[in-house]
Write a protein of this length. Structure first.
Length: 641
């Protein structure tokens, strides 16, 4: 079978622009945007980044190979100059504009801003994130940085710096395509192997996600393709059978990519145990078919919308996160109209990206920097030919001044008073609950003497609570207090449960609590199965899951399957700052029709419009609100029992 891969054509004919690559860029950036806006609907959208990596590896290596074949070497100065002119204007503008906005309006995000700026300008920000222990997947626990997504640009910057030298050495030593391809592919495989070996189930995967060593395989697969599949060495005319095979491979690759956008989670062990490597291989196949002029995939991915998005994909990627972070910080009830906010954010991202492309990226990419002094002199003339356009320079100077101010006077690492208070409460609660859990596990079943003691303690504790909280609308009767004190419950939840754990424990003294900040519903599956296997899962199970994201039918099935016929009380969510509040609560209500042992505790309806019950995030009950939270949950459990 002949696909028309021949000797590289090193003639001086103009390099063809492969329009379908804009289509690939468009697909990749759409995946990334949807992942950040609706991460639990398009849970694999983060895979758009490996597509960018593979495509970048292919294009850069294709250009370098052509230069090496023609001149025997790479003009490093010219290469670095072109890369900087292409990438730096947009990056620097985004960093300056974002930092200036933070300095003016969100000073809490200024912590560590110097490291952010320097790390991005020298393309090592991914390692800064690793050192700081940032999590790419914690969408609720901490205030997210508008620079989080820039890790990938640092990896590409490191690639641009070293790859021309490495590739030249490979050609000098090995001389032939096949051994060069073999070496690159083997290194790519070991990068993927490092990802698989370093990944530990249950631990945050951000070190592996951000690391150059564990992510380089995607770029290397693209470079290996360029060695054996050079764009200038591909024939225009193919036999019909060969063309059909290439088209089938391309279409199948595209379908798999789209399916994986919707199915592969960034926190799944499969993703790191070969899933992302497989995805990169599929992306490599798609790029190969689009690059071939004899196939039809280039035409398939060429249309005005994809071309427009593809050309602006760099700016879209740059500005997506700042727009989302800043916009959503000003919306107190995102859950009320999630799709309206979704549309507004998309429009803002596209508008800003278009302005960046037209007025920053393109002009500065083609600007003759040898004329810099001449341009500055002209700008300073009283009757400059630039006229009113000089106001843009004034605006730029102001933004730079604000950025420098924020960088110089950045605050020390600290949270605002309420965030710190909540953090301390959760840490203190977790220590107390851990000790209590250990005692419960050590004691096993309570004997009658200890039960009496517990009842007396509970009665005294709750009476004290009633005296302090006489205005509470929900109160427990003495009989319910005694019943709660001896009732054995297993509670699994996220930071909201961690926040209320000690209050609940004062009522349900035999409650075993496992609560963790940032926990997703699917994380409970393994915990419940383990407790059930050890015989430590009580007949009554309390769940507080959904704050950090929704669940699908399969995850719900596995959760309920692990619990079995036990009685389940699931506290629904009050998280108005996130789009998924309604999705979680609607899913829970629907699930009660499928699972007869599931009872939903409607905390959302009970607490709605009571902002004084919560910390500033309007999600975690404050000290005052915890009285309502704990007594309401206790009343619901005891009356349903």
């Amino acid at each position: 079978m002949y696909f028309g891969v021949g000797k590289m054509n090193t003639s001086s004919k103009k390099r063809r622009y492969i329009t379908g690559f804009d289509g690939i860029r468009a697909i990749a950036v759409i995946g990334v945007i949807l992942y950040h806006l609706v991460p639990y609907d398009v849970q694999g959208g983060f895979l758009g980044v490996p597509i960018f990596f593979v495509l970048s590896g292919y294009l850069i290596t294709d250009i370098l190979n052509e230069e090496i074949q023609k001149n025997g070497k790479v003009n490093l100065f010219s290469f670095y100059k072109k890369r900087m002119k292409r990438l730096y204007p947009g990056l620097v503008t985004m960093i300056v504009a974002t930092s200036a906005y933070i300095t003016l309006f969100q000073r809490s995000l200024l912590t560590g801003i110097r490291n952010v700026i320097i790390g991005n300008l020298i393309y090592v920000y991914n390692w800064v994130q690793v050192k700081q222990g940032q999590s790419y997947f914690d969408r609720f626990g901490a205030v997210q940085s508008p620079f989080t997504h820039l890790w990938s640009l640092s990896i590409e910057g490191q690639f641009y710096l070293f790859w021309p030298i490495i590739l030249t050495v490979l050609w000098v030593i090995l001389r032939k395509k096949q051994p060069i391809f073999d070496v690159i592919f083997i290194v790519a495989f070991f990068s993927a192997l490092a990802m698989a070996l370093l990944y530990k189930d249950g631990q945050d995967s951000s070190r592996i996600y951000f690391g150059t060593d564990t992510r380089m395989f995607s770029i290397l697969l693209g470079t290996s393709l360029a060695v054996i599949w050079p764009s200038k060495g591909l024939k225009n005319n193919l036999q019909k059978k060969s063309r059909i095979i290439l088209d089938c491979i391309g279409i199948a690759s595209l379908i798999i990519i789209i399916l994986m956008f919707f199915s592969m989670s960034g926190e799944s062990d499969l993703t790191y145990h070969g899933g992302m490597f497989f995805f990169s291989l599929i992306s490599m196949l798609l790029i190969a078919t689009v690059a071939h002029p004899g196939a039809d995939m280039n035409k398939l991915l060429t249309n005005p919308i994809f071309t427009w998005l593809g050309k602006r994909s760099y700016g879209i990627y740059l500005y997506q996160y700042p727009v989302m972070i800043f916009y959503e910080s000003h919306i107190s009830n995102m859950a009320a109209h999630p799709w309206i906010h979704f549309f507004i954010e998309i429009c803002l991202i596209l508008i800003i990206s278009h302005l960046s492309y037209c007025y920053i990226e393109l002009p500065l990419q083609h600007f003759d920097y040898s004329r810099t002094r001449e341009v500055i002199a002209e700008l300073l003339k009283r009757k400059s030919r630039y006229g009113w356009r000089r106001l843009w320079i004034v605006g730029a100077i102001i933004l730079i001044a604000l950025t420098m101010t924020g960088a110089v006077f950045q605050p020390k690492l600290q949270s605002n008073q309420e965030d710190k208070q909540l953090e301390n409460v959760i840490k203190k609660n977790q220590k107390e609950v851990t000790k209590s859990n250990k005692k419960l596990q050590d004691k096993g079943a309570q004997n009658s003497g200890s039960t009496s003691s517990s009842q007396e303690s509970a009665s005294n504790s709750t009476s004290s609570s009633q005296a302090k909280s006489s205005s509470q609308p929900v109160e427990l009767t003495p009989q319910q207090q005694q019943q709660a004190a001896t009732m054995r419950i297993t509670a699994i939840g996220d930071s909201v449960l961690a926040d209320g754990s000690v209050k609940l424990k004062s009522i349900f003294q035999q409650m075993y609590i496992d609560a963790k900040v940032g926990r997703q519903p699917r994380d409970a599956i393994g915990i419940l199965n383990e407790l059930a296997q050890k015989g430590q899962l009580d007949n009554t199970v309390l769940l507080s899951l959904g704050t950090n994201g929704p669940f699908n039918d399969e995850e719900l099935y596995q959760i309920m399957g692990a619990i079995g016929n036990r009685r389940v009380y699931w506290i629904n969510t009050h998280v108005p700052t996130r789009r998924w509040q309604g999705q979680v609560n609607d899913s829970l209500n629907a699930a009660t029709k499928t699972y007869s042992n599931l009872h939903v505790i409607d905390w959302y309806d009970y607490s709605n419009n009571h902002t004084n019950w919560f910390y500033d995030d309007n999600v975690h009950p404050n000290e005052y609100g915890l009285n309502y939270y704990s007594n309401f949950i206790a009343k619901e459990v005891l009356e349903e029992k």
